[in-house]
Design a binder for this molecule. Structure first.
Ligand SMILES: [Cu+2]
Length: 298
């Protein structure tokens, strides 16, 4: 892994939508603002369709959208310097990024820092149900792991642009990340054979509470990924993969999201299982199946 000292451009884009929030009947929704943070730039080397250019990075200090606030929404994108979307139609692919809070332990995998935001090229937008948010504390320190690819023959300079929707600190019920990963703890990659396959991983919950948001992540060949509470039989989220052709390749352009108040209520000691379904035309050794959920404890 290469450590890169990246220069960060903080793009301020305060667009208050307190009026929208006030117009909603749900009194639980606090006033919010959006703030866009651009991470990078990074120049991905050129490549070919068979051997795309690749640029992994670990950024040890990644800017937060605030010192203290509650994040109620997060919308990631991969963009060029002018803000236009960078995708496989022009070469770049957001293979993945993960933002971890170094000041907290991951709930599911305590050996890891708390994995709070992540996306692949599908760029899933997360919106917590009204009244819930991910708290950001002044002492939280974020780190970012990225892996960018480029199917164009020319190098491409890109940013990861994340638009956060934030509310005042302490104005929402706090949620924490629950990273349910068919690959297990610490590693997400696993192998699939050609044809239909299912890969599962189970975790005995160390927390109890209401799961209010979840989204899936898979790689090409994925059909859907779901998480369920085996102990109660409750489904947490079943996230289908939607495909389209970009840059001549069949690729996942959308993964399903689940939101509810609650989606499921889980108890300490319940067994949660994530099941990742693939139907890959060829055997692959680097697929993923993740349900990334957020839980309000208690
Ligand atoms: Cu992945």
């Amino acid at each position: 892994m290469i450590f890169v000292l990246a220069a960060f451009a903080l793009a301020l884009a305060w667009t208050g939508n307190a009026a929208n929030a006030a117009a909603k009947p749900a009194a639980a929704a606090p006033a919010t603002q959006t703030m866009t943070v651009k991470y990078g730039p990074w120049t991905i080397p050129g490549g070919t369709m068979d051997r795309p250019g690749e640029l992994p990075n670990v950024v040890s200090a990644a800017p937060k959208p605030c010192s203290t606030c509650d994040i109620v929404g997060e919308k990631p994108d991969l963009v060029y310097a002018d803000g236009s979307t960078a995708d496989m139609n022009s070469g770049p692919m957001l293979h993945h990024f993960v933002i971890s809070n170094l000041a907290a332990r991951d709930t599911v995998c305590p050996l890891s820092p708390d994995r709070i935001w992540a996306s692949g090229d599908e760029r899933t937008e997360k919106n917590m149900p009204d009244g819930y948010g991910v708290p950001v504390k002044s002492y939280d320190r974020w780190a970012m792991l990225t892996d960018l690819m480029n199917y164009s023959s020319t190098p491409k300079t890109v940013y990861i642009s994340i638009t956060y929707t934030i509310a005042g600190a302490g104005t929402t019920t706090p949620v924490r990340s629950l990273w349910l990963d068919a690959g297990g703890c610490l590693t997400s990659d696993y192998s699939v054979p050609a044809g239909p396959s299912t890969h599962t991983w189970s975790w005995t919950s160390t927390v109890g509470g209401r799961i209010v948001f979840a989204n899936g992540h898979q790689h090409a060949g994925g059909v859907h990924v779901k998480a369920a509470d085996d102990t109660t039989g409750a489904l947490v989220c079943d996230s289908p993969a939607t495909y389209d052709t970009m840059g001549g390749m069949r690729t996942i352009v959308k993964m399903g999201t689940c939101a509810g108040d609650p989606l499921a209520t889980i108890r300490h000691g319940d067994r949660l299982t994530v099941s990742s379904y693939y139907d890959s035309p060829t055997a692959k050794n680097d697929v993923m199946g993740i349900v990334h959920a957020y839980i309000a404890e208690g």
